[in-house]
Structures are given as C-alpha cells and as structure tokens.
Design a protein around this ligand. Structure first.
Ligand code: ZN
Length: 306
C-alpha cells in the first residue's frame, strides 16, 4: 500500500487560545492566534487568495467557538454557497485539533477587490454548525441563512438567532497567520453595569489587525482593556491534525463492496482515495484490496467514519 508520508499532525507553541473574564461584569472572551495550524491548511491546497482569507477567518471563528463550548467530539462549521465558492468546512475537536477544506468552481480573481467579499464569493447560502460527539450519541446541528458581508457578521448572526447569545467577533487573516477576538455576554447572569457590554465592545473594536495577529495575547488584552478588571487564564494550544487514517479509508472501501473495488482496479490498476482535508492519497492495488476484504471476513463490524 503506497502512503504519502505527509505529516498528519502539526504543532507550534505560537498557536494558542487565550481565555479571559471580566471580574465585575458577566462578559467573557477568547483570543485565538494560529500560525502553523493555518499554514498546514494553506500548504496542502492552492486556494485563491480571497478564499484563503475566508477559510482563515472561519478557522479562527471555529477555534473561538470551540473554546466557549463544553463538548466531546468535534465541532464542524460549514458554509454552503451558491456563488463560485460551494463549500467551506472547518473542524475543531474538543482538544483543539483543527482541519479545514473548501470547494470552489470556476475562476476566483486573486485580487481581493475584484473578487469581492463573502457575499460575492458564496452568494446566498447556509451557515451550519454541528457538534458530532465522540461517543456516537445524537449530535446537534444549527443552521441559519448566510446573509452577511463577513465571517464575523455571519457568526454573530448565527449566535444571536440560533443560540440567543450576544457575541461580538473580530477576525483577521494574512498570508501566514489568522487570529480572532471574541466577546460573549454570559446569558445566565444579569448585567448591573448596563454600559458594560457596549463599553467593552467599543474597547475591543479598537483592536488593530497587526495587534491581533502579532501581539502576545496577554499584552493585547492589557492594551485593550487596561481600565477594566480582567482575569486572564492559562493559554491552551491549538494544532492541525487530520483524522483520516488507513483504517477509516479501508472501512470506506469495505462499505463500497468487493465487486466495485475489483472493477475499479481492473480498469485503472488501483483504487485511489484522496483526503480533501490533508491532501493525503491512499492507493490500494489488487493485492491490498484482496487483503482488505479477506480481513473483513474476520472483522466485519468495524466502525467507519472518514
Ligand atoms: Zn486527511
């Protein structure tokens, strides 16, 4: 079996989530900065620049949302479009392992201005957020219409309509990094300081793209909120990991059936399965295929999820 030796896990100390909490008002926040995790996605596919930017912002949004949720398994953000971009998928596990992919059709100009923003690239569409539990229990999915000029606006709209949680989001992405800042009103508590939400939102809104991308999160928070009483937690690592494995791919081939796999091998000499997330190619020749189906006789009940 020929396997491409591409690394499936990429880690870097600079890729982190930083949680913070305002002491006297029920508002919490998260900062995310991704470099290696983001580069692992862009190195594997040659995405046009305007699409790359949207994927980067959606990755930052996905990491921020995952950081605010209690869940096991995987959080999946999907943008379904009707424009040149058909689909963008970002996944983040409870342990903050991320991967992402996108599908597009036709030409997307490299220049940001002619390509337009989210609305031009995706048209009307849907924004879906799912939680797929590790345990195989019933998952959760929320879907809203995609009707926004930016990922941040689409995300804020989703949180307001689907989750009824007031959320503000600032996202930035350049060629090597993507980053985001999230503020969320804790829904279970009353705000006595009624100015707090607009005041803190205004302070957060003064963030500059370069600050968000490059400053250490603690320095950034100090700079933005130095007049507020802030509690800052230990940063947590985020990393790239693709969950595709030979076992999952052979499971898929078993589902396809021996006759189908044999006919592809007779025609093309091998079956090739391509992972759209990490670009890994799994190639099975006639000998591999016979082994897969011989093994299936002795182990028929393997779980499959690619
Ligand atoms: Zn993969």
């Amino acid at each position: 079996m020929a396997l491409q030796p591409a690394a499936n896990i990429i880690r870097n100390m600079s890729d982190i989530l930083q949680r913070f909490l305002f002491e006297n008002v029920p508002i919490r926040g998260e900062v995310v900065q991704l470099a290696a995790t983001w580069q692992a996605v862009t190195e594997r596919h040659d995405y046009p620049a305007p699409l790359r930017k949207i994927i980067g912002e959606l990755m930052a949004a996905g990491a921020l949302l995952a950081a605010t949720l209690k869940f096991d398994g995987t959080l999946i953000l999907q943008l379904h479009g009707s424009g040149p971009v058909k689909l963008i998928v970002v996944e983040c596990t409870a342990g903050h392992a991320m991967r992402a992919t996108a599908k597009w059709d036709g030409e997307i100009p490299e220049n940001d201005e002619t390509a337009g923003g989210l609305r031009t690239l995706l048209g009307t569409g849907r924004f879906a957020i799912s939680l797929v539990p590790e345990s195989g229990k019933q998952g959760y999915q929320g879907i809203v219409d995609l009707d926004a000029d930016s990922i941040a606006a689409a995300f804020e709209h989703y949180m307001a309509t689907s989750e009824q949680i007031e959320t503000r989001l600032w996202l930035v992405c350049d060629d090597t990094r993507t980053a985001g800042l999230l503020l969320q009103k804790l829904p279970e508590r009353e705000i006595n300081d009624i100015d707090a939400w607009p005041r803190i939102g205004h302070l957060a809104g003064t963030v500059q793209a370069q600050e968000l991308l490059t400053l250490a999160p603690q320095t950034l928070l100090q700079r933005l909120f130095h007049e507020e009483d802030l509690r800052v937690f230990e940063p947590r690592p985020v990393y790239f990991r693709c969950s595709c494995t030979t076992e999952r791919v052979t499971g898929m081939l078993r589902m396809l059936g021996q006759d189908e796999v044999r006919s592809v091998i007779a025609e093309r000499g091998a079956v090739e399965v391509h992972c759209e997330f990490c670009n890994r190619r799994y190639v099975f020749d006639a000998v591999d295929s016979e082994q897969i189906f011989a093994a299936a006789v002795t182990a028929p009940s393997e779980k499959t999820r690619h």
